[in-house]
Design a protein around this ligand. Sequence first.
Ligand code: SAM
Length: 364
Amino acid sequence: GAGSDGAPGEIRWMRVNTLRWTVEAAVEWLEKCGWEMFEDVQEMLAAAQSKPKVFALDAHIEPLLALPAAVSLPTISAYQDGRLLAQDKASCMPAWVLLMPALLDAEERAEAGLLYVDDEDEDEEKKAAGGDAKGKGKAKSKGIRVLDATAAPGNKTTMAAALVATEGINGRVVACERDQGRFKVLKDMLKRADAKNVQPMNVDFLSLKPDDAKLKNVTHLLVDPSCSGSGIPSRLDHLLPSAPEDEQLARIRALSNFQLAIVSHALRFSGAQRVVYSTCSIWEQEDEGVVMRVLAKKEFREAGWRLAPRDEVMPTWERRGRVEACGGDETIADSLVRCLPEDGTNGFFVACFVKDETAAPIAA
Ligand code: SAM
């Protein structure tokens, strides 16, 4: 199968909240509590037939564990106190894809004894050094600032926060949520996850000015806007229709326009280097359709935006974008990720745009 991780509804995905714990400590703790670890999710599922307390490490996303779906969350104290978070595997992909290159880069820098220098720290240093921050063995590099455009309830925000909290990055996250009720839920989740490096804002993302001086440090954006939710299977019905019903089409078209507006706004942020777009929809109009509409815009081509290649976007995940929905372009389809319930996840879609400032603008 396509990186298949089992039938729908068999797995309870749990993300280790590395703001409060480590994967090693989680494994050790689970084993001490009588859980048996398996190397492989399929093996874990087979063993779950006869033994309830089994788990496996995910093959694609580092801080992710697979448990049998039948597990009772209230009985797991590490879930109660926010060291483990219940988050679908597909929902973990956007932050992972957004920040993977930065994490690898930080690892290399750490090995070479180099560190990121946060802009604000750098200013402090300059002052202290009388206008010269050089000569301390620190490499000059821009820090990582994430902006989550559509954040509540905060699953992807807190994962991004955990990833950039890594030593050597020490990044920060700004999280926007327009809806007041959902903003409260977001703040609760930040507290539960102990995400102190996140600044939540109860604001309409579209009202932010992409050239605002306060936002010029934003380098990475998460765009996970409201969608039809057609990828979330109801418990009784695992069979999803392959196209929206006629009466839904107008609604899907309106959602697609809204999603295009949000991702376009993200691409206009002056410091943006990497933007991940995701939905929990399986409809092409909200997925490849939005990506193709972005790629068709001269404004973005000229600014150097292109799709990140497959080797930066879950390279070992087999289910990719639909070629027919990408105008027959296999390279485009290959750089996109799709998930279906038969992969052991919700139905989901991920695309990653990167800015190649060295690329010559494409002539119109
Ligand atoms: N990323 C979230 C997570 O993983 O937990 C889920 C995000 S949900 C699919 C989309 C959210 O975007 C909703 O909470 C919605 O209220 C919010 N939203 C929609 N339009 C927005 C806008 N223009 N500005 C800010 N938030 C918006």
